[in-house]
Every structure is written in C-alpha cells, then in structure tokens.
Design a protein around this ligand. Structure first.
Ligand code: NDP
Ligand code: A1CAB
Length: 261
C-alpha cells in the first residue's frame, strides 16, 4: 500500500475507510480526504492527513482516487475532476447505484475503474467488500484488492450483482445491528443491565459468525447443536418464526433491493 490515496467525500463511509487505512499503518501523509465541511475532518488533519475542499488538488496529488459521495453527487464530482484524471491513476467508486459505464461516460480519459462495495466495518478492519471492474489491469486490481483486504475481506463479483452486494453487505451492517439491539432489549427484559446485555449479545453474535466462518457449516447445522428437544431454544426460535422472523428479514432485503434498482 505504498501509493497515495484520495478519498473524495469524507462522510460515514469515507471516514470508515480512512480509519481502517490509518489503523493499518498507512502513512497519513499519503492520504488526502475531501469534503465541503472540512472542520469535521480535524481529527484526521491532526494525524497528518491532508484535508481539503479542493477535489482537483486531491486528485492531482494521488494515485488512487476513492469516490465516496452520495449517488446524486457523483456526476458533478466526476465532471469536476475529469481533467485531472490520467490513465495511470486508479478510480475506485464505492457509490451505490452508479455503474462503471456511467462513471466512464463522465470521464474524458479512461483510467482503471473499479466499483467497490465495502461497509462501515472497514473502520475496524472487518469490512466485507465486493468488487467489480471491466477495464482494470491485473496489477491495478491487485492494488485495489490489497487496500480492501487490509480493511477486511474481499470478493470479486459480476457488476450486475453490485446492487445486491450493496444490500447484503453494506445495508447488512444495519440489519445485523438492529438484530443485536433487539437481543439487548430482550436481555434487559429478562434481567441484565444494558451494559451486560450488550456484552453478552455482541459476543454471542461474534461467536455465531465465527462458527460459520471458521467451521464452514450451514447455520442450521449449528442451530441443531443448540436445540434440545422440547427445550427452551427451539421453543423461543419457533415463536420468533411464528412472528415472521426469517420472513421479515428476507422481505426487508428484497425491499432494499427494489429501492436501489
Ligand atoms: N454509509 C454506508 O454504510 C455505505 C455507503 N455507501 C455509499 O457511499 C457513499 C457515501 O455514503 P455515506 O458515507 O453514507 O454518505 P455521507 O453523506 O456520510 O458522506 C458523503 C460525503 O461526501 C461529502 N461531499 C459532498 N459533496 C462533495 C463534493 N462535491 N466533494 C467532496 N465531498 C463531498 C460530504 O461532505 P459535506 O457534508 O461536508 O458536504 C459527505 O461527507 C454513497 O454513495 C453510498 O451509497 C456504500 C456502502 C456503505
Ligand atoms: O442506505 C444507503 O443508501 C447506502 C447504501 C449502502 C449503505 N448505505
């Protein structure tokens, strides 16, 4: 990760990426972050990151440009920086619902363009990042992959699945957090103080994930190990299903996808 990086749009996701990079000992002096309200980036400035409103300057000074503005702003930003984009730079867009072709159409020259869909867990190096490209050279793709590998896990997908990746991986953080919050609320109702319920719920979610990530089993195989016949787990689990637990999640995921596409 020796190249210089600009994050255009230092908001929630842009800052998560910056936090992940800096915690991986990426040199602050090689990172530029832009946004309009640069006061909100003082913590990065204090660490030696270049903080500016000037997108053109950020692009000129950087090898890899990560665009992290809201979808309705990307066209204007690409038009603004188009003259500064050269073919030796790598353009990475984490913007949802804006295709590689649309990005390409906003540029006068064609650098390697990569669409990446990380999530806010990039800040703690635990992102799931789905990536797609059409024109990136192998070495440019390796460069981008190494950045996102440092921030968590990466997989290459067909660009057609990028909206689905946005829902499952990026929105997914919110779905899981709402699940954890409900666990905590339930934990408090059955007797724990909020802090203890939070600790038990979060570590249990981490443990369940690790069982799948490290053990490689299907979730139901692990559930079978917990459900004693006539026991409290299956009784509670079935009550959740009677109330639409799995169905609510699946419907929510489909509704999120309908909203993007
Ligand atoms: N948040 C998430 O979990 C995820 C978001 N995404 C995608 O990432 C993108 C950013 O989302 P998110 O971080 O949530 O949004 P935010 O609104 O938090 O961040 C966007 C940032 O862009 C800045 N900005 C606006 N206009 C410009 C400009 N002209 N030049 C430079 N910076 C500008 C804003 O700064 P200011 O407020 O100072 O104007 C703001 O800090 C979106 O396209 C979203 O779809 C993808 C995956 C996950
Ligand atoms: O909710 C949104 O629109 C964005 C896309 C992925 C996460 N946040």
């Amino acid at each position: 990760m020796a190249k210089t990086i600009a994050i255009i749009g230092g908001g929630n996701l842009g800052k998560s990426i910056a936090d992940g990079l800096l915690s991986n000992d990426f040199e602050a002096s090689k990172l530029t972050i832009t946004r309009n309200r640069i006061d909100f980036l003082n913590a990065y400035k204090d660490q030696g990151v270049a903080v500016t409103k000037n997108n053109k300057e950020a692009v000129i000074n950087s090898d890899i440009i990560i665009i992290a503005v809201k979808p309705y702003k990307i066209e204007a930003v690409l038009e603004e920086i188009s003259d500064e984009i050269t073919t030796d730079k790598i353009l990475v867009s984490v913007v949802s619902d804006f295709t590689i072709e649309q990005i390409s159409n906003c540029l006068s020259v064609q650098p390697s363009i990569v669409r990446a869909m990380p999530n806010t867990a990039a800040s703690v190096n635990a992102s799931m990042t789905c990536m797609a490209s059409k024109n990136a050279s192998q070495s440019d793709m390796e460069e981008v992959t190494s950045i996102f590998n440092a921030l968590g896990e990466t997989i290459l997908i067909d660009e057609q699945l990028m909206d689905a990746a946005t829902v499952l991986g990026a929105c997914g953080i919110a779905y899981v957090l709402r699940f954890i919050r409900a666990m905590i609320q339930g934990g408090i109702e059955i007797g724990f103080d909020a802090k203890t319920a939070n600790k038990i719920a979060t570590q249990t979610v981490k443990g369940a994930s690790e069982l799948l990530l490290k053990g490689g089993n299907h979730p139901e195989a692990e559930i079978d190990k917990v459900t004693t016949p006539k026991g409290c787990t299956i009784t509670g689990l079935n009550e959740m299903e009677h109330n639409g637990f799995s169905s609510a999640l699946i419907k929510g995921i489909k509704t999120s996808l309908d909203k993007i596409s």
